[in-house]
Ligand binder design. Structure first.
Ligand code: TRP
Length: 452
């Protein structure tokens, strides 16, 4: 982020940029495996309810804080209230943790592009293929390194704009492809319809506290909340742009793509495995195991497979670039080093942490902390611990120190704020209590003190 504060050209520019950062592996890779694992329709329902109440309020708050102060997270909290200055640096730890493991998944995506390109569709459709692959010591590391190096090169040479242009073309193609795959699986595969019902119809018997815990973590992750990113975006936003409307649009876009990704994967899981619990609950590998099976069964599947994973690669790359940008700008501010030096530093840290994540599946698969291997642990610390803490602090700060009225005024600079009552009730009462409960239960669960 340059020292001179540029601003988005208009409303469309702002919404597209924010949506571009929000849409990524979170939507396509993370959402479907959580929805499959934590109850299908009931997860979807919990996610949508949380998103329109709580995600909405938090996103409005972050954008308004940024626009009001014209500063990114670190400066913004400090400028508004010195006692809350620590929230900025705390929020900036999140992207540092996410970027490395995000790149490991980005590496998996690249491996799958190469697999389809080499005509290995049939092999990749084998059930054991994915686990055998991530269990290897050498290759996953190479792909991960390649992904993070590409990201670094883009940020180092400052060619983000070019990549963003490419990804804007890719996004509609990705959406069309997902739609096509959904129609193909639902119409041609036996058993897929059962999966559609599992995914869409809420079934209370599948509900557990974990459903809500997972839905909330996913909400933060997918909408890039609780890590200061939206504050930065807000600081680039002009006063006449409606924060409320933009937030709705970003949410609808982000949730829409996640919904479609789930519809692409979950019915197929039912078609291939009958939807038994072990297939639904397999976690991070779900997309990588399921999609090749679909592509293998489809006419022209190899070409579709390559195209699909290339699109996902671009969605992942733009998110990784934006994550890295964030970390680099934080380092530049804090360490007073040049941009390129910071790029290399971030690369070094990411290589180290990402290496742990890849080895956690192979050489060090025995090493478990809190019952988790490294990738899950990083995911847990960022999504289930740090983000809820930051969201909680933001709510307490806005609700009781800054006062919701201050941000409502900011939002109303561009017209009436229709959701202002919802906003202030959420921020002051509902969200803090709720986040605290979720935070406690997920941490106590991780330490095996309670079972949820
Ligand atoms: N929202 C992104 C996704 O769905 C991941 C992400 C979280 C992100 N925080 C971010 C991307 C900050 C860019 C910047 O994949």
């Amino acid at each position: 982020m340059s020292s001179e504060r540029s601003s988005f050209t208009g409303k469309v520019g702002f919404v597209l940029a924010a949506a571009g950062s929000a849409v990524g592996l979170g939507n396509i890779w993370r959402f479907p495996y959580l929805a499959a694992k934590y109850g299908g329709g009931i997860f979807l329902l919990a996610y949508v309810i949380l998103s329109v109440t709580f995600g909405f309020s938090l996103m409005v708050a972050e954008i308004a804080i940024g626009r009001k102060t014209q500063l990114s997270a670190i400066g913004a909290f400090r400028a508004l209230d010195r006692r809350f200055a620590f929230v900025g640096p705390l929020a900036s730890i999140v992207p540092i943790i996410i970027l490395p493991y995000y790149s490991v998944i980005g590496g998996w995506v690249m491996k799958y592009i190469s697999g389809f390109a080499l005509g290995q569709t049939q092999r990749m459709a084998d059930s054991g293929y994915f686990n055998a692959y991530i269990g290897k010591i050498g290759e996953p590391i190479l792909w991960f390194v390649l992904f993070i190096v590409i990201t670094t090169v883009v940020v180092f040479f400052g060619v983000e704009k070019g990549i963003e242009k490419v990804s804007k073309i890719m996004m509609p193609i990705l959406i069309l492809l997902i739609l096509g795959i959904v129609i193909y699986t639902v119409c041609t595969m036996e058993g897929a319809w059962k999966g559609v019902i599992y995914y869409i119809k809420p079934d209370l018997s599948h509900f557990s506290l974990m459903t809500v815990v997972a839905a909330m973590g996913q909400l933060f992750y997918s909408m890039s909340l609780a890590m200061g990113i939206m504050i930065t975006f807000g600081s680039y936003t002009k006063k006449e742009i409606s924060i409320e409307q933009s937030t709705h649009q970003i949410e609808i876009f982000d949730t829409g793509i996640a919904f479609l990704a789930g519809l692409m994967i979950i019915p197929a899981v039912f078609a291939f495995s009958g939807g038994d619990q072990s297939a639904l609950g397999q976690g991070p590998g779900l997309m990588f195991v399921t999609l090749p099976k679909i592509f293998h069964s489809m006419p022209g599947g190899t070409v579709i497979g390559i195209t699909f994973f290339v699109m996902v690669f671009f969605a992942a790359l733009t998110s990784a670039i934006s994550l890295m940008e964030t970390v680099v700008s934080i380092f530049m501010d804090r360490l007073h080093l040049g941009r390129r030096a910071c790029c290399l530093l971030v690369l070094g840290i990411s290589l180290l942490l990402g290496l742990l994540s890849t080895l956690g599946y192979s050489a060090w698969s025995e090493v478990k902390l809190l019952g988790m291997q490294f990738l899950d642990l990083f995911d847990f610390i960022s999504n289930s611990v740090l983000m809820p803490i930051i969201a909680l602090l933001t709510c307490i700060f806005v609700g009781y120190f800054l006062k919701p009225g201050t941000l409502i005024e900011e939002v109303e600079l561009s017209g009436t704020f229709r959701g202002k009552h919802l906003f202030s009730v959420m921020i002051r009462f509902v969200a803090p209590v709720f986040i605290l409960l979720i935070l406690l239960s997920s941490v106590l669960n991780a330490f095996n003190i309670i079972q949820i």
